[in-house]
Design a protein around this ligand. Structure first.
Ligand code: ADP
Ligand code: GLC
Length: 490
């Protein structure tokens, strides 16, 4: 098998930076491609929180042409993905990336210069290849933040010695965020105004970076098979469905995996006790410790977890509507998240109303998220849309049964409980509204109280599921070879 040189470009990468699942994917997939024998490098920003003293500085600064802005010079630091020898190159440009948050200010408003910041990242990745003498066969970008690189490859770098054998992949992790900016950004992209047309970059008289990626990538993937179909429809396509339809033959759906270096109850370093399917008594001990940690009474009731970005995508508004009816049951809920500001106040108030039943932690805390996944009995994820979703996979591997709305990756990765056959690993509903949500939580709670053996069997089944990255990485490998063939670069 031919070994490929692969360039990953992404706006976040765990454990260096993270706002959501994108970081988990970018921090994991390259390791597994490497295990298949490929040579992968990752390019990502050096945000304020990333400690430069632990990284190696490359001797020369990197010049990044930014069209009308001129050439900007940045530093490059080199590190490595943990548990691997995959190099990570950090683009160090204080003015753009020296901030504590990645995309938004403290009030959740997107930074005014996000257009320049991420065009810069995309262009810097291309320039870096020349500086370190790396000739990628595959350029793999992620979401709108880096999809300008797909455009650069077929324009500015089309005849460049370094990229002449390179095909590109754009992975769509979320269609809702598209990077739509004023038309003048064309002068910064510097690819020529002839590309500012409806078939390529233009949308509503603006530059749409995701669209540019969709139209210029050799092939496209979405992070679950179901989502790859959903985004061809108006409900999930966020107005890019018609553009995507023109690329439907080049679109694959590949389910994300779980990085078991990070998410494995047998070895998880964030847990007070480790466990597996045959040692569920330790899971109960973690539950008790978690109840104490978040200030809930140590009662023998189902503990339901919610962890995630508190935004409409996650159906948090429906949880808000249903919360009193949910808390009418003899249960406890622990919520960890941040996002839309109203949710911070709203759920704070709910906690004062139900101090013995509802614990709410507003913030981002990776260690606590592991303890919650492990300590809870059930995991609630009623997403309005979910490109893949990782928490429902983590929770299943931790024996915490998910309650989900059957869309996207949730549909692909959770098998509904079937009372007749006793099969399944979670509880699913269709039609997102408070009534269906409450009914399904009620069903899960009933099962916890009244069908204890079946609940336990479901937990064990869930813990033995295979969400390994090995399998998905092989599908990405097949996608890369297919892209090289279609671009006639093989
Ligand atoms: P999305 O990428 O849409 O936010 P995913 O389910 O794919 O959703 O991934 C979310 C990731 O971010 C998971 O690893 C989850 O544990 C983590 N996460 C989300 N919110 C928080 C938080 N407040 N604290 C800690 N981890 C969080
Ligand atoms: C996005 C999606 C989420 C997916 C993650 C990683 O943030 O919202 O569903 O799991 O990307 O692909």
């Amino acid at each position: 098998m031919q070994k490929l040189d692969i360039l990953f470009v992404a706006s976040e990468c765990y454990p260096f930076s993270k706002t959501g699942g994108l970081a988990d994917v970018v921090g994991a997939l390259p390791k597994f491609l490497k295990k298949l024998g490929h040579n992968v490098i990752v390019v990502t920003p050096r945000y304020y929180a990333i400690d430069r003293s632990k990284l190696k500085k490359l001797p020369a600064p990197l010049g990044v042409p930014m069209g009308i802005i001129g050439e900007l010079w940045c530093g490059i630091y080199e590190g490595v993905l943990p548990n691997s020898d995959v190099p990570v190159y950090f683009i160090d440009y204080e003015l753009f990336f020296g901030r504590e948050t990645l995309y938004n200010d403290a009030d959740g408003i997107g930074f005014m210069d996000n257009d320049n910041r991420f065009v810069f990242l995309s262009r810097a990745a291309m320039q870096l290849c020349k500086a370190i003498d790396f000739r990628p066969r595959i350029l793999h970008t992620h979401d709108w933040h880096t999809s300008a690189a797909n455009l650069f490859l077929t324009t500015i770098y089309a005849n460049d010695e370094y990229f002449k054998r390179c095909a590109s992949i754009l992975t769509i992790h979320n269609m809702q965020y598209q990077g739509e900016f004023y038309g003048g950004l064309m002068n910064v992209l510097d690819v020529g105004w002839e590309h500012f047309n409806f078939r390529e970059v233009e949308m509503n008289d603006k530059v749409n970076l995701l669209k540019a990626g969709i139209t210029h990538a050799t092939m496209i993937s979405a992070v679950s098979p179901k989502y790859s179909q959903e985004i061809l429809t108006p409900e999930f396509g966020y107005k890019l469905e018609d553009t995507l339809k023109t690329r439907a033959n080049d679109l694959w759906g590949i389910l994300n995996g779980v990085d078991t270096d990070e998410w494995n109850p047998e070895t998880d370093k964030f847990l007070p006790f480790n466990y597996d399917a045959d040692r569920l008594d330790n899971k109960l001990k973690i539950k008790r410790a978690l109840q104490a940690e978040v200030g809930l009474p140590k009662r023998d009731v189902p503990l339901i977890a919610i962890v995630g970005r508190l935004v409409k995508q996650k159906g948090i508004d429906v949880v808000a509507e249903a919360i009193h009816r949910l808390l009418d049951m003899d249960i406890q809920i622990v919520l960890l998240g941040n996002g839309e500001v109203w949710t911070h106040f709203y759920f704070g108030d709910i906690m004062s109303l139900y101090p013995k039943k509802f614990a709410c932690i507003i913030g981002f805390d990776s260690a606590l998220s592991h303890r919650i996944e492990a300590g809870a009995d059930l995991f609630l994820m009623p997403s309005r849309f979910e490109p893949c979703g990782l928490n429902q996979m983590y929770s299943q591997l931790y024996g915490t049964l998910p309650i989900v709305h059957g869309v996207g990756g949730l549909e692909d990765s959770v098998q509904n409980y079937d009372e007749r056959t006793s099969e399944g690993t979670g509880f699913k509903f269709y039609g997102l509204n408070a009534k269906n949500l409450v009914n399904t939580v009620g069903w899960a709670v009933y099962t916890w109280y009244n069908q204890k053996e079946r609940f336990k069997a479901m937990q064990k089944r869930a813990m033995r599921l295979d969400y390994s990255w090995e399998r998905s990485a092989k599908t990405y490998e097949a996608l890369y070879f297919e892209a090289l063939k279609r671009a006639q670069k093989d």
